[in-house]
Design a protein around this ligand. Structure first.
Ligand code: BGC
Length: 505
């Protein structure tokens, strides 16, 4: 039932003025995170990376990128996080590597059919001269999921094109997919897991946990054979067995599958401890829709004896304030949903900056950095804009240099330092909520028991306790059920719970 604080490392705090966040920057904020009241940090990937996907393209899974620091800087962060009572989770990317990884460079330098190529998904093309991709799969980032290997530098212009294979990449062409049937690939993840667990991390996040094992024949669509194949569960059993060699550690998968029932398969007793997905984040601000998602998730994971993990936002989706409509209403709804999320049984993931009520930052086209932008109308940059800390400092305390994504003027009014002093701020709301979640026995109660409320509202009680959470997503103020008020996400109106507001009783 921990509260995990998801740190998007590039955007958290920059300690050395290069404009991008780093590990010493996180270390400087541990006091803040302890004050906030979270239990654990879950970092975005910190391994060496050319940063095509901001760390989700890894060249060496057992080192730290110099932009973020070094292994000693990581060890120092870990030790100090523990001293602050905070656990630390690292993000591993076993689905693909960077095109810059030694393995991939060796694969390109070796002939088709070589053992070097077998670690990745190389295939001959279809059609005349192999000029068409091996199948019809699209990449998650747009465009085809295949790229043809470049013409070797040594070849003359009319070299035999037919020899050039294609490689699979469910994300960008700079992120070639690994072949999980290859023994080296499996052994490498085990080595990586042990490397970080031996260093003392409390957990690992497994990126794209549902995408590791497409069928060997890579069939065409439909039916999306790219993802959520049965074979992947064997990998998760191996991960679980490795993590269980160490006391008190856990693995959380980032799992994007067809629904909570499919997700539950990843948290069966011998697989991952936890799985996070975006179902709650994708639910509209509508009491019925939110309740249905909650009930469906609890039923699905309850069937395998696992807790449901709740997440309202991360670095891949629009921030809650903007998603729920922006402006004062968006902020009110985001605050209300924070109370709903934190009243539920099971772990919660809070995305950095959500405790400040940040909206998405408007990033002008010329400043965009997310590679999804090359294929889509918009980018994920808006939710990745650096955090505002202190309006008396240059770069709002994020950086003394030039920030890697521009920080909009609107963030000046949302700095953490100012919000700490303001009892009505979103930061104060989160602090109070997290404090109550820790100290009040109601939060150790059972699953939600729902009771009917006015249209557009819901209320649930944590079974076996007197703790009640009420959400008003209707357009009119509603009376509160009987009970002492523990916390409200916004001011009451003449004793009534206003629209876009939640309360704990
Ligand atoms: C991460 C994304 C990333 C993708 C590819 C996802 O799980 O959250 O940010 O682009 O994996 O690595």
């Amino acid at each position: 039932d921990a509260v995990f604080y998801r740190v998007y490392v590039p955007s958290f705090t920059d300690s050395d003025g290069d404009g991008i966040g780093d590990l010493p920057g996180i270390r400087d904020r541990l006091g803040y995170l302890e004050l906030l009241g979270v239990d654990a940090l879950c970092l975005s990937p910190i391994c060496p990376s050319p940063m095509v996907d901001h760390g989700y393209d890894v060249t060496d899974p057992r080192d730290v990128d110099r932009r973020w620091g070094s292994l000693p800087a990581f060890d120092a962060l870990l030790t100090e996080a523990h001293a602050h009572g905070l656990r630390l989770v690292v993000d591993l990317v076993p689905h693909h590597t960077s095109e810059g990884r030694d393995w991939f460079r060796a694969a390109l330098a070796s002939a088709p059919g070589s053992s070097e190529r077998a670690r990745y998904q190389f295939r001959p093309g279809r059609g005349d001269g192999g000029a068409a991709p091996p199948n019809d799969w699209p990449s998650m980032f747009g465009g085809p999921a295949w790229t043809r290997e470049p013409v070797p530098v040594s070849d003359d212009a009319d070299g035999d094109d037919g020899r050039r294979e294609w490689y699979l990449h469910l994300f960008s062409s700079a992120q070639p997919d690994l072949d999980w049937t290859h023994a080296d690939v499996r052994a490498d993840l085990e080595t990586t897991l042990r490397f970080w667990l031996e260093r003392g991390v409390d957990g690992v996040r497994i990126d794209v946990a549902h995408g590791l094992c497409p069928p060997a024949d890579l069939p065409d669509l439909p039916g999306d054979p790219r993802l959520d194949q049965d074979a992947v569960h064997d990998v998760h059993r191996t991960i679980r067995a490795t993590v269980d060699d160490y006391t008190g550690r856990m693995a959380v998968g980032a799992v994007a599958v067809a629904g909570p029932e499919r997700l539950a398969r990843y948290v069966r007793p011998d697989e991952l401890h936890l799985a996070v997905d975006v179902v709650l984040a994708h639910a509209p601000f509508d009491a019925d829709a939110v309740r249905k998602v909650i009930e469906r998730c609890l039923t699905a994971v309850g069937a395998v004896g696992a807790p449901a993990t709740w997440m309202l936002a991360d670095h891949d989706v629009v921030r809650t304030v903007s998603r729920y409509g922006g402006g004062p209403a968006g902020l009110a709804r985001a605050r209300a949903m924070a109370l709903v999320q934190l009243a539920l049984p099971g772990p919660a993931f809070v995305y950095n900056g959500d405790e400040l009520g940040l909206p998405d930052g408007a990033v002008p086209v010329e400043a965009r950095r997310d590679l999804v932008w090359t294929h889509a109308e918009d980018s994920r940059d808006g939710s990745r804009v650096p955090l505002p800390w202190d309006d008396t400092l240059p770069g709002l305390g994020f950086t003394a240099g030039s920030s890697w994504l521009p920080i909009p003027d609107a963030f000046t009014a949302l700095c953490a330092a100012t919000q700490l002093e303001d009892t009505g701020s979103t930061l104060s709301l989160y602090r109070q909520a997290l404090e109550l979640r820790r100290s009040h026995a109601g939060f150790r109660g059972g699953e939600p028991e729902w009771f009917d409320g006015p249209l557009g509202c819901f209320a649930f009680r944590r079974a076996g306790t007197s703790l009640v959470c009420v959400l008003n997503a209707s357009p009119a103020p509603v009376p509160l059920p009987a009970g002492d008020i523990l916390l409200v996400s916004g001011p009451l109106e003449y004793g009534l719970l206003p629209p876009d507001t939640a309360a704990w009783l």
